[in-house]
Design a protein around this ligand. Sequence first.
Ligand SMILES: C[S@@+](CC[C@H](N)C(=O)[O-])C[C@H]1O[C@@H](n2cnc3c(N)ncnc32)[C@H](O)[C@@H]1O
Length: 318
Amino acid sequence: MFGRRVGLMLNAWSRAVVREEVDWAEVAAGSLLRTAVGHWRDDADGWFAAAYERLPETARVNPLSRDFQWVQSWMESIGGEPIDWFCGVGSAWTLPFERGKAEGEVRSLLAALHETGRLTRQEAVSMLPVLALDVQSGQTVLDMCASPGSKTTQIAEHLGDSGVVVANEVVRGRVNMLVSNVQRHRSATVVIVNHDARHLPNVPETGYDRILVDVPCTGTGTTRKNPDVWSRWKPNDGRSMQKLQIDILARAAKIVKPGGRIVYSTCSLDPIENEAVVAAVMAEFPDLRLLPAAGTVPKIEASEGFTDWPILDDDCSI
Ligand SMILES: C[S@@+](CC[C@H](N)C(=O)[O-])C[C@H]1O[C@@H](n2cnc3c(N)ncnc32)[C@H](O)[C@@H]1O
């Protein structure tokens, strides 16, 4: 009923009203985020120039699927290119169209292959944290903030048929997404739990071999996917997330096995949510050792993290 009324209204106005596209370049140029990035990065202009282009469709092909070879050939046949830095199990591909813009038969088959777990659509950059985690078959892995679960399924692919990944999500509505994702992928090694990551129990008592801490964040690095971040972001947003991020990472530090590995990841550019969080937890847990990012994922350029960072006022001045 509602849909029909809107339809009638649009018909009535169609001759008079032209829907205006938001000019994100203009919004971005005058945004607080643009100013903040100038404080955070030496290459702010280069970053700004690259921060608009829409993302291409990218996907991982599931090595546990019997149709693995066939799916790879199909990816090639539709013009897919293997992602050259992807060094995980299975394979990862960039497709020759924008994210969500496949058409016709390709669109239907892509959806079917995703729904049946033969492939997983996932942004390329989101594949990096699991590669850095260096998961080996047979290990006990904790994914502390797991929904919707693209990294959970990637971890499961590394485990193969041995080991376990405990995938945790605190928001009940988002647990449903996690369950559907794990079910479509048919991951045999995944256990899903619904807990606040800050209070996850120390099970197993010996600690986890690997822990992924992919925390909630302000998403300032997602402008290519979520352009509204340009207008939404405020300098205080990072600070308001930081305590939760520190508490979740500190819990990981308590329940990781000696000699185990934690990867802390965000999709934010704000050092308050990144280096400042890691520094706070390192100070609290002197047994932790920071691994150099360079070489963690071969072919991915990495630089040293910041050791100090600006505290920005509401208008982004220091
Ligand atoms: C960046 S998303 C995770 C994305 C996911 N790792 C993936 O790759 O599909 C962060 C998730 O953390 C969840 N979250 C927020 N607070 C949490 C908490 N205290 N404990 C556990 N999860 C939490 C959010 O609901 C959200 O689903």
